[in-house]
Design a protein around this ligand. Structure first.
Ligand code: HEC
Length: 153
């Protein structure tokens, strides 16, 4: 019974992976690379992240992510330029491994993806139809770009 469940789960995961590959293949023909401007999280996910943020992060980073006495803001110019040109994988790992500063590693991957989705929404990056992945290797394919690409010129 146990074995059968495992193989069912495997088959399911495989088909998710296959579906994802098709999606990604479609995306990569449309746009070469993805960035935070491409709707990489869902509103629902950001909402769950907000609840986690209020519980685990607000104490130091402030209600509106504006930073606290000795904690940096998670929105605005300084934050955006810190991460500009890096990937969401980098930001995800930074949060996952070092935050909350008083209990690093407390949140699981799913929760970290939710908190990251909330941070993106607070920085006014658009929501989309697909949830942000909890896998670092997928997140490493999404670039953090402070300025919307078509507004750069
Ligand atoms: C106990 C206080 C505290 C808590 C709770 C906390 N942080 Fe932090 N955070 C800090 C401090 C202090 C820094 C800067 C120094 C450092 O990196 O440790 C920081 C840095 C960061 C950075 C890097 C900012 C930048 O501009 O590069 C991110 C991102 C971050 N925190 C996210 C979070 C998230 C998300 C949570 C909740 C899961 C959280 N923090 C909870 C204190 C805290």
């Amino acid at each position: 019974m146990k074995l059968r469940n495992t193989s069912a789960a495997c088959a399911c995961l495989l088909s998710i992976a296959a579906a994802r590959n098709v999606l990604r293949a479609q995306e990569s023909t449309a746009t070469e690379t993805r960035s935070v401007w491409d709707g990489v999280y869902t509103e629902e996910q950001a909402k769950r992240g907000e609840a986690l943020y209020q519980k685990e992060c607000k104490g130091c980073h402030g209600v509106a992510l504006a930073g606290g006495e000795s904690s940096p803001p998670l929105t605005g110019g300084a934050f955006l330029s810190n991460w500009n040109g890096l990937t969401l994988g980098d930001l995800f790992e930074r949060i996952r491994k070092t935050m909350p500063q008083n209990a690093p590693g407390k949140l699981n991957r799913q929760q970290n993806a939710e908190v990251l989705a909330f941070v993106l929404s607070a920085n006014k990056f658009p929501a989309g139809k697909m949830e942000l992945s909890r896998q670092t290797e997928f997140l490493k394919e999404i670039w953090f770009e402070a300025v919307k690409p078509d507004q750069k010129k």
